[in-house]
Design a protein around this ligand. Sequence first.
Ligand SMILES: [Zn+2]
Length: 271
Amino acid sequence: MPELPEVETVCRGLAPYMEGKIINKFILQRDGLRNTFPPMFAERLIGQQVHKINRRGKYILIESDDYTWLMHLGMSGRIQRSKADEYKLQKHDHVIWYVADVAFAFNDPRRFGDMDLFLKGTLNSALNAMAPEPFKIELDDFYKRLQRTTRPLKTALLDQTVIAGLGNIYVCEGLWQSGLSPFKQSNTIKKTQAKILLENIIDVLNRAIESGGASLRDYRTIEGALGYFQHQFNVYDQKGKPCLTTKCSGTIERDVQSGRSTYYCKVCQKN
Ligand SMILES: [Zn+2]
């Protein structure tokens, strides 16, 4: 499932093909994904010049002359790029758009993805509730946001008003790398622990973005998929494997918190 690094990878893949170009064709294969598409969606976007592709949390923001086109990949959304004259409709291609001589198809088998359109400058209010990006949040701010809740640390970190862009995978990885228990009550974290946690979250995300970028380059030459691939994780989905923490003799376990899998090591993630 796409989280911040995968969405960042998709944004970086779209930018060189879309920025500065005009959307000359926009086709909807259905009337919505998770939500119904906005009215006159295609009509409003056709003819718009794309200025900038941005990311906020797990959202892709495509800025054009008059609009911000908001996109969320949901659970299974991918964007496939091909030459305009070679594009063939695939199963689950729900939205197709053409920019110069390139065709993009939003493919989403599970249809948890989302798209919306906002008049330029009106989007901020909608995304204001979201916490700052991991790369931008101040330690004091992050610490205060963790102090506000008695929920387990794992659950708190998934909350987009505590920190933006994290999902199940990178929360598990960040907690493991910090030696922090996913069950620890969020408001009991010490500032020194919050500092280590934030540094490790940034480290985990940066490494994923780096490898995502690398895989994107390889992938693109084969079939033009602006997607993401499953990285090799240290703890996520590693149930039963030995813990990779230096000198730790523990085994990775799986538990369920708020309906989501938590992977952790009981031995080195005690506190
Ligand atoms: Zn361990």
